[in-house]
Ligand binder design. Structure first.
Ligand code: ATP
Length: 237
């Protein structure tokens, strides 16, 4: 299992400080929920951890190694469901997953097994022959989820994993995330507070690119009478 340390992480786009000096520890086997208003810097933080974006400042240390120095080995440990994934619209779902399996270095029987397991977990058997571009939003998310988990990564990052899913699939994916959290370190971003309470061990609340609070839900709420929603509003004002 892996441990992630963010140290004074910062990223700007022109004048916009998307992430502004975030320091955060995510422990082995923890499920962390990243919460924050629109534009808070959640996706940018995840993209930096995944190596999609380079920080302007600060460090990302995974299992004691700075990813700026040891990029490839660390990337193999990561599975990432970004916003708007999957990307290869003109492939069928089956072709897309075979392509991902190839990239991950799987061949022959192992490749077939990895694809089959991911398809089963994401519950996407019925769309295997459909072109990725023509999928509904929910199925598209589930295909993205399948590619993120195919190589059984030690670290899983899921940007709004249940966005667009119907209620049954929301329950299904949340259960899988919770099960996977037993032997993985997981970061999810979400706007659904009940999802955080149901799935996450800890919560990091971000607003304006800054970390406003970090800890268990019971530590973030002011007292037993305050709901997570009320705490969120108080902390992100
Ligand atoms: P949401 O909940 O709406 O998905 P978020 O917390 O994930 O928001 P980010 O997507 O990280 O927020 O965006 C943080 C800020 O950085 C926003 O002001 C956004 O407009 C800006 N931003 C993000 N990516 C880029 C980019 N590639 N170019 C310019 N600005 C960007």
């Amino acid at each position: 299992m892996s441990k992630i340390k963010l140290e004074n992480l910062s990223k700007s786009f022109g004048d916009i400080k998307a992430v502004d000096g975030i320091s955060l520890d995510i422990n082995e086997g923890e499920i962390l929920g990243l919460l924050g208003p629109n534009g808070a810097g959640k996706s940018t933080t995840m993209k930096m951890i995944a190596g999609f974006l380079k920080p302007d400042d600060g460090d990302i240390v995974i299992d004691g190694k700075d990813i700026a120095e040891d990029d490839i080995e660390t990337k193999k440990k990561l599975g990432f469901l970004p916003e708007g994934c999957p990307i290869y619209g003109d492939m069928s779902v089956g072709m897309f997953l075979a392509f991902i399996a190839d990239i991950r270095g799987y061949r022959g029987k192992e490749k077939d097994n990895k694809i089959r397991d991911a398809v089963k977990l994401a519950n996407i058997e019925e769309v295997l022959n459909q072109q990725v571009d023509t999928l509904s939003k929910g199925y598209s998310r589930r295909v993205g989820f399948a590619q993120a988990i195919m190589h059984s990564p030690e670290i899983l990052m899921l940007d709004e994993p249940t966005d667009g899913l119907d209620p049954n699939q929301k329950i299904h994916i949340r259960k899988i995330i919770k099960d996977m959290g037993k032997d993985k370190t997981i970061i999810i971003s979400t706007h659904i507070l009940e999802e955080v309470e149901e799935v996450c061990d800890k919560v990091a609340i971000i607003a304006g690119g800054k970390l406003r609070a970090n800890g268990k839900v019971s530590e973030i709420i002011k007292n037993k009478k305050e709901s997570l929603e009320q705490a969120f509003i108080r902390l992100t004002k």
